[in-house]
Design a protein around this ligand. Sequence first.
Ligand code: GLN
Length: 278
Amino acid sequence: MTLSEACLFGEKRLEGAGVPEAGLNAWLLLEYASGCTRSRYYAYPEELLEEETEREFRGLLEQRCRRVPLQYITGVQEFMGHSFLVNAQVLIPRQDTEILVEEALKYLKPGMRFLDLCTGSGCILLSLLLSCPEALGTGSDISRGALQTAEKNRDRLAPGAVLVESDLFDGIEGVFDMIVSNPPYIRREELPDLMEEVRLYEPVSALDGHEDGLYFYRRIAGESPSYLKPGGRLYLEIGYDQGVTVPQLLKEQGFCEIEVKKDLAGLDRVVKGIYKGN
Ligand code: GLN
């Protein structure tokens, strides 16, 4: 089979299985299996695939037909211009979460201590440190599997980051200038409606915000004041329909100057607040 035949074959196979963006997915899997670049593909579309490569490509297509996310197959996802290792132990970093990082970066300065709760792959923690290398960042996650992945990313991207296995603040010591988090925030009854890639393969513990989706926000808003310096800030990613409830929770816990930021689609995405202290 030639490169161009393989691409077409892959597209048809994925299309038949109802995979969205079948052509793009087929190309990316072919690129992954063969190591062929886009420019090489255009220069030599008639190049023959090695038998071994073809077998691998077909295997990858079958995985994708079962709706395994592309990123779990290739093992990487780009976030804030950096390449993060991912696997089924961690949520795949989302572009929407870059808004949270960009907002936090407006405040983060060298020498500041910050904490990333529910760090997952470490994408927020490590992106912040890559943009502000003289800040001191700690990430926590309850999942050991997630932390192992975060550790690999840390070692490649920002070796100074500290990672702690912890149920939110349980294993955390000291006070911080800033706390950031993209906690699980999907309402439990909505979990079955998620697209198959997410529902079948992404870790449910990274998605499930319990009954009303606000379980982790309640805990974070309640406990953050004990871990923030006076004037310290809290930045949270939220779901599109949580732009009223989450600011309310922060207000109840004594946060002020609370603001909601929208994502590129114009939906509420990030809440920030300042804790002035008692
Ligand atoms: N902090 C990680 C991310 O934003 C993981 C979030 C989570 O597990 N809910 O991708």
